[in-house]
Write a protein that binds this ligand. Structure first.
Ligand code: 3AM
Length: 194
C-alpha cells in the first residue's frame, strides 16, 4: 500500500494524490536582467558573510500573491481578476532585511510606494472576493535573496532603482535543487497590454 496506507485498498486517496492538472501558481514582478544580476551579486556578498543558499538569478522576484495549486478553471478566474498596472512604479531597493524564523534574507524598499502597495492590496482583495485564500498579512514588497540563513547580515549596499512596468502569473515546479518558474501570462502598464 506504501503511501496510501490510510486509504481503503482499491480506492485512490484524493488527499494524497495531487491532480496532474493542478499548477502551483503565484503573481509576481520580475526585475529586468541588469537589476537581477546586481541583486545576485549582492546575494553572493551576503552569502560570504552569513552563508545560506543564494536564490538563482532567474528566480529573483517580488511575490504579489501566492495562489497555491490551481486547476485550469481557477487559473481563468485569476486571469479574469487581474488588470493592467495603472502606471509604472519605481521601487528603490535600499533595505536588506532578515526574517530569522524563516531563515530568509531579502531586499526591499525602505520607503514603500504607497500607490503600488494599494494596487497590490486591491488585487489581493479582488482575488479573495472570488474565493482565493490569500495571505492576510499586509503586503511587504521584498525580493528573497537567500534562504537557510541563520545570522543577520551586516552589510551596506548601494540602493537599486527598479522600474516596475508589468506583473506576471507564474507556474512553479518544485524540484530537488529549488523551484523552476515559468511565466504563463503578463499584465503591463495600461495601454501596453501583451
Ligand atoms: O517571494 P517569497 O520568496 O517571499 O516562499 C514562497 C515565495 O515567497 C511563497 O510564495 C513565493 C513564490 O514561491 N510560498 C510558497 N508556498 C507558500 C504557501 N503555502 C508561499 N506563500 C504562502 N503560502
Amino acid at each position: 500500500m506504501g503511501d496510501r496506507g490510510a486509504c481503503i485498498e482499491g480506492l485512490v486517496c484524493a488527499t494524497l494524490v495531487n491532480d496532474p492538472l493542478e499548477v502551483r501558481s503565484f503573481l509576481a514582478c520580475w526585475p529586468d536582467k541588469p537589476i537581477a544580476q546586481q541583486l545576485n551579486r549582492c546575494a553572493a556578498r551576503i552569502q560570504e558573510q552569513v552563508g545560506g543558499r543564494v536564490i538563482r538569478v532567474e528566480n529573483l522576484h517580488v511575490t504579489l500573491a501566492f495562489l497555491g495549486d490551481l486547476m485550469p478553471t481557477q487559473i481563468s478566474a485569476v486571469e479574469d481578476v487581474c488588470a493592467p498596472l495603472p502606471r509604472t512604479f519605481r521601487l528603490e531597493l535600499d533595505r536588506v532585511g532578515f526574517w530569522k524564523t524563516k531563515g530568509i534574507v531579502w531586499i526591499g524598499p525602505r520607503t514603500p510606494d504607497v500607490e503600488f502597495n494599494k494596487f497590490v492590496e486591491n488585487l489581493r482583495d479582488r482575488l479573495r472576493r472570488v474565493g482565493f485564500r490569500i495571505d492576510s498579512r499586509p503586503f511587504t514588497p521584498h525580493i528573497t535573496l537567500l534562504r537557510k540563513v541563520r545570522k543577520r547580515p551586516r552589510i551596506v549596499l548601494e540602493a537599486l532603482d527598479w522600474v516596475i512596468n508589468e506583473y506576471t502569473l507564474v507556474a512553479s515546479k518544485l524540484e530537488q535543487d529549488g523551484a523552476r518558474y515559468s511565466v504563463s501570462k503578463r499584465w503591463s502598464t495600461l495601454g501596453d497590454v501583451k
